[in-house]
Design a protein around this ligand. Structure first.
Ligand code: AGP
Length: 604
């Protein structure tokens, strides 16, 4: 998704605009641009592709402004091009935007009928024209901005420049994140605290519907009704230190290696190592008669893993549904249910919409999120944190295992609260769970142990992942990891499902990756492997030492540490991440910012 920065500075800002956009690269983009007010007039610099192209432009044609805005664009309306890159300009107004203006077509038609000309195919350009038109009617900038906002439907985070205003940037948010940063006589607007990390850690989070004017005196915030409001100023952790990748080749590699700490920090919010007890702050699961999990992508696979434990350990009926489908089927949820959103960013539009659907029907809502200041965290009744730290790589790794760790803890707490386990069993399970960070670290093997397998998979056109029980969602996650960063087509299946159709895909060109710890389901999965081998399939088996000793002939084994089934999803997530990472590196893919993808999908 797009990244936004705005600065009202005391010194030239071009380099700082670009620096902020670089910290927002993880959100995914295909073009970038900045605009500034120079001697009262608006200047723009825009380039397709990576930020280095914009920087090259600025070397040849510097922009000497102390107030300006910047943007990295993830194309929604209009192909990636300079013409469609932001800032979009109309008359005296420049605008950068994250989101979708759903009524842009009729607005554009009306503006064209009034004789206005458009240069781009974007929905955003309409916003610039609307503000410019209101200015032309004599409104002062903030009133003109508000009048334009009142005509929009859809989701937006906006930053706006006005010609002649050399110490003003305006911003607004509805459904997409936007924060204000307070400096020393300088003010900032940005997508998130990470983007403002180099300049300030004094952050104001705008509420949905807020709009703001920043100048050298500070920020004037207004709510959706135009009432002046004060939003709390927070000192956030020094974000600038958290986004460096150190000696790793990619953020994804760093974040795979961060997992033991991420898991440990996350568990500290739920497990008391002194008393060996587990808590679920804010929710008594004894009072919950049904758990409805909503999420997207990798987060939904974490939810599927959690479901196995909420039902088997806690006896709690649990559904997991991808958020983009959930609310459109009119689910039969009643008060007494708990709706739990799982989201790394806490901003995913589909998941947020599903949460709001539940909230509107009086259902208690909770969110398992990695950002305590996210929109989801601020709208739900209960927040369950993960403490993975900022995840920059688009492909989720430490956020996923942190989500799974938190869900395992919550399932244990639910089992205790619902009287399904006693204190002794709670203590045993808590102790097992606290072993996970060490075992995750052991699973992060040297890449040479996977290298030859990665070489083979890198040649494949299609790959199948198989798993049973909680390894089935891991098969789905492994397939997603591979396809999203290496662009190789991959599918995850329940191992028992193979013979009901997918086995027709098996030939010697299709690697089959089987995820199977030596648990109660191993023998059944081993039969599935034999079925594949009998048909010329090439099997890669991810298992522990005991499983390796019982593997069928001809199977390539990737060893994972032996562990209790309770934490196997955490430990066995690592090999599937390492395989995907190494294949993507072999293929020379853009590992941290894969094509077409965004870190947080804030549009439906
Ligand atoms: C996973 O590698 C992807 N980045 C994607 O599936 C992601 O998990 C999904 O978009 C949900 O994002 P969220 O956790 O921020 O809601």
């Amino acid at each position: 998704m797009c990244g936004i920065i705005g600065i009202v500075g005391l010194a030239p800002i071009s380099a700082r605009l670009v620096e902020s956009l670089r910290r927002l690269e993880y959100r995914g983009y295909d073009s970038a641009g900045i605009a500034g007010v120079v001697d009262g007039r608006i200047e723009r610099r825009r380039a397709e592709g990576k930020l280095r192209n914009l920087e090259a432009l600025l070397v040849d044609n510097p922009m000497n402004a102390t107030v300006g805005i910047g943007h990295t664009r993830w194309a929604t309306h209009g192909a990636p091009s300079v013409r469609n890159a932001h800032p979009q300009l109309a008359g005296k107004v420049a605008v950068v935007h994250n989101g979708i203006i759903e009524n842009f077509a009729p607005l554009k038609a009306a503006l064209i009928a009034e004789g206005r000309h458009f240069e781009s195919d974007t929905d955003t350009e309409v916003v610039a024209h609307l503000i410019d038109r209101e200015l032309g009617l004599g409104l002062e900038p903030v009133a003109a901005f508000k009048a334009a906002l009142d005509q929009l439907t859809g989701a937006y985070a906006l930053a706006v420049l006005v010609q002649g205003e050399d110490a003003l940037v305006m911003g607004a948010r509805r459904g997409s994140p936007l924060v204000v940063g307070e400096g020393q006589g300088e003010m900032f607007i940005g997508t998130d605290a990470l983007g403002l990390g180099p300049f300030t850690n004094r952050i104001i989070h705008l509420d949905d519907g807020d709009y703001v004017a920043i100048d050298h005196a500070g920020a004037r915030v207004f709510d959706r009704d135009g009432i002046r409001v004060e939003r709390p100023l927070r000192i956030v952790p020094a974000a600038s230190a958290l986004v460096e990748k150190g000696n790793y080749r990619h953020f994804m590699e760093k974040e795979i290696h961060d997992q033991p700490d991420a898991c440990r920090h996350t568990l500290s919010a739920y497990v008391d190592p002194i008393t060996s007890t587990v808590s679920s702050p804010g929710v008594d699961f004894a009072a919950v008669d049904r758990l409805q999990i909503v999420a997207c992508g990798t987060a939904s696979y974490a939810g599927m893993i959690g479901r196995y434990l909420f039902e088997s350990l806690a006896g709690l009926p649990t559904e997991v549904e991808i958020a983009s489908e959930f609310r459109y089927r009119e689910p039969a949820l009643r008060p007494g249910a708990l709706a739990l959103a799982i989201s790394q960013s806490g901003e995913t539009a589909d998941t947020l919409a599903a949460l709001r659907w539940c909230k509107a029907r009086g259902i208690t809502t909770a969110a398992l999120v990695n950002s305590s200041e996210s929109t989801m965290a601020r709208e739900v009744d209960v927040v369950f944190p993960t403490h993975a730290g900022p995840e920059i790589g688009v492909a989720s790794t430490k956020a996923f295992t942190s989500q799974v760790a938190a869900l395992i803890a919550l399932a244990i707490a639910a089992a205790r609260q619902r009287g399904r386990i006693d204190a002794g069993e709670e203590a045993r399970l808590a102790t097992l769970l606290l072993e996970a960070p060490r075992l995750i670290a052991e699973a992060i093997v040297d890449e040479t142990l996977i290298g030859s397998i990665a070489q083979e998979i890198a040649k494949a056109r299609d790959v199948l992942y198989l798993g049973r029980g909680a390894m089935y969602p891991l098969a789905l996650e492994g397939a997603l990891k591979l396809k999203e960063i290496s662009y190789i087509h991959a599918e995850g299946y329940a191992a028992g499902e193979l013979k009901h159709g997918p086995i027709a895909l098996v030939d010697e060109a299709t690697p089959i990756i089987v995820i199977a710890p030596s648990d109660a389901l191993f023998d059944k999965t081993s039969s599935n492997m034999s079925e594949v081998i009998a048909r010329g399939g090439r099997v890669v088996l991810i298992t522990d030492a005991v499983g390796a000793g019982h593997a069928p002939e001809g199977v390539n084994v990737v060893l994972a540490p032996a562990c209790d089934p309770l934490i196997a999803p955490l430990v066995f997530a690592v090999p599937i991440q390492l395989i995907a990472y190494q294949v993507a590196v072999l293929k020379g893919a853009d590992v941290d910012q894969p094509r077409n993808l965004a870190k947080s999908v804030t549009v439906e």
